[in-house]
Design a protein around this ligand. Structure first.
Ligand code: CA
Length: 220
């Protein structure tokens, strides 16, 4: 048995997608429609969306948090995993992108399962905490501006119930964290975030090298 991760070639990647991806029509449509968008790279990979869906199911999530909505790809996958009465509490800054997200939620039939909060997410999460929502969320997905990752994580952890799960995207940041010449603010923020989580005794962790790297942290 190998002690290292298998290198995923383009061919293997296509194979994985061909034999596992069950992408809902509304999401396939969104992805194809936005492939040429200048920020298309911000969109969650389909395998990752499906993985988030699975995680939401495994944790029996009913109330979930998303920081960084973009065009609604990941929130739709998660919303489709929720039971009746379940909610994705979604935070984003951009009115422009989330207009598209609303169309996607509607097309996928989950519009009533998503509450969108527009504005700086740190403030939104602080408001949730002030309102007494600490310990009430089952699942959280963080995929927004990297310089605020540690701020989002800290607040999401407080909002989560014990046994709840946080998933954080882009923790391998295209390989830049191990490139010592990369000292830009985003890369430094990802390095700091990864180090923080590693030394955080409040969670059990695993880094899944899926897409651009997904860290899972289960609140103890
Ligand atoms: Ca991402």
């Amino acid at each position: 048995m190998s002690r290292t991760n298998l290198t995923i070639t383009d061919e293997l990647d296509r194979y994985i997608r061909a034999i596992t991806l069950r992408e809902p029509e509304a999401l396939k449509h969104l992805r194809e429609d936005t492939e040429s968008h200048p920020h298309a790279g911000m969109q969650t990979a389909p395998e990752q969306g499906q993985f988030l869906h699975l995680l939401a199911r495994i944790t029996g999530a009913k109330k979930t948090l998303e920081v960084g909505v973009f065009m609604g790809y990941s929130s739709t996958w998660v919303a489709l995993a929720l039971p009746a009465g379940g909610k994705v509490i979604a935070c984003d800054l951009s009115e422009e992108f989330t207009i598209r997200a609303r169309q996607t939620w509607r097309a996928a039939g989950v519009e009533d399962r998503v509450d969108l909060h527009l504005g700086p997410a740190v403030q939104t999460l602080d408001r949730f905490i002030a309102e007494g929502q600490s310990g009430t969320f089952d699942f959280a997905f963080i995929d927004a501006d990297k310089t605020n990752y540690s701020n989002y994580y800290e607040r999401a952890l407080q909002l989560l119930r014990p046994g709840g799960l946080i998933a954080v995207d882009n923790v391998l940041w295209d390989g830049r964290p191990i490139d010592l010449s990369a000292t830009d603010a985003d890369t430094e923020a990802i390095r700091a975030f990864n180090a923080n989580v590693y030394s955080d005794a409040r969670v059990a962790i695993s880094l899944v090298p899926l897409g651009d790297g997904l860290t899972l942290a289960c609140k103890l």
